[in-house]
Write a protein that binds this ligand. Structure first.
Ligand SMILES: [Zn+2]
Length: 291
């Protein structure tokens, strides 16, 4: 369901984070405090090949979701497939050379929120992504890939699979290791009935969230043939559909805009919206599928 039509509260979360349990700089309790202090409501620590279950440290206003990042197999460039698995308490010990779909099949028995990490950084191409089943999305923005070498944005990869009929969600994440300003630069904002593990994971699985590296999104909808988006002050707002179908509204020089609307042509098949602010930070709705 479109999260902007759904009752509930918005909860800000970090869903790809490293700590001292693998190659991060902060301990899990320090990571909780750092995220809480910046207005986050939930945290999924995804250390490499180790599940960090600090759900006992959850409070009514801060949720910890036990999670992990795993990697297997290799793409055509020799890079392994990295997958974040949220809401999981049992570690599977599979060999690193396990074929990627076989590994995903096993993890999907334990979690229904799995997504592919740092798509651009890993050099993933469309056929490799299209072949993957049982994932619910990819990282559209990864802060650490961005601050390391400018390969954080994977909107092209996302549209490439969306246009080919794979209904994937786009995740904004940090993948923070505590270096290169890679923390607090990408997050998701989830609409859920309450701040608890099941409702938040079910909302993520259903795509009831948007992602951001800065701006806020207040509304996005398609009513009949009209698309509408409202957001914090932005320089551009994009409506993006299949191949060449979409629209960009731009602010005049020195000004900003906070909304845009556009009449669909009927060729879009899906529609997602983005806004970009004056600092170059973006926010991404998930796509609405138009049939
Ligand atoms: Zn990572």
């Amino acid at each position: 369901m479109n999260p902007f039509d759904k009752p509930g509260q918005w909860y800000k979360g970090a869903v790809h984070v490293h700590t001292t349990h693998s190659d991060g700089k902060l301990t899990p309790p320090q990571s909780i405090e750092a995220h809480r202090a910046r207005g986050y409501h939930f945290l999924a620590i995804t250390d490499h090949r180790t599940i960090t279950d600090i759900s006992a440290l959850s409070t009514p206003d801060f949720l910890n979701i036990p999670s992990v990042e795993v990697n297997y197999d290799a793409n055509a460039l020799g890079q392994s497939y990295h997958v974040c698995v949220l809401g999981v308490r049992e570690m599977l010990r599979l060999p690193p050379q396990t074929p990627i779909q076989e590994a995903i099949d096993r993890w999907a028995e334990l979690s229904d929120v799995l997504f592919i990490a740092h798509t651009y950084w890993s050099g993933m191409i469309t056929p490799e992504l299209m072949a993957l089943d049982k994932l619910c999305g990819l990282e559209v923005f990864n802060t650490s890939s961005q601050t390391d070498l400018g390969k954080g944005l994977a909107a092209v990869h996302w549209d490439s699979v969306l246009a080919r009929g794979k209904w994937w969600w786009g995740f904004g994440v940090d993948d923070t290791h505590g270096i290169n300003d890679d923390a607090f630069g990408g997050w998701i904002v989830v609409k859920a009935a309450q701040l608890a593990e099941r409702p938040v994971l079910e909302a993520i699985r259903a795509g009831e969230f948007y992602s951001s590296s800065g701006p806020e999104i207040y509304d996005f909808r398609v009513d009949g043939r009209m698309a509408y988006m409202r957001c914090s002050p932005a320089k551009t707002i994009n409506f993006i559909g299949h191949t060449q179908w979409g629209f960009q509204r731009r602010a005049a020089p020195g000004e900003t805009i906070t909304e845009a609307e556009w009449r669909l042509t009927g060729n879009e098949r899906y529609l997602r919206a983005e806004c970009w602010d004056a600092d170059g930070h973006g926010a991404w709705t998930n796509p609405l599928f138009l049939g």
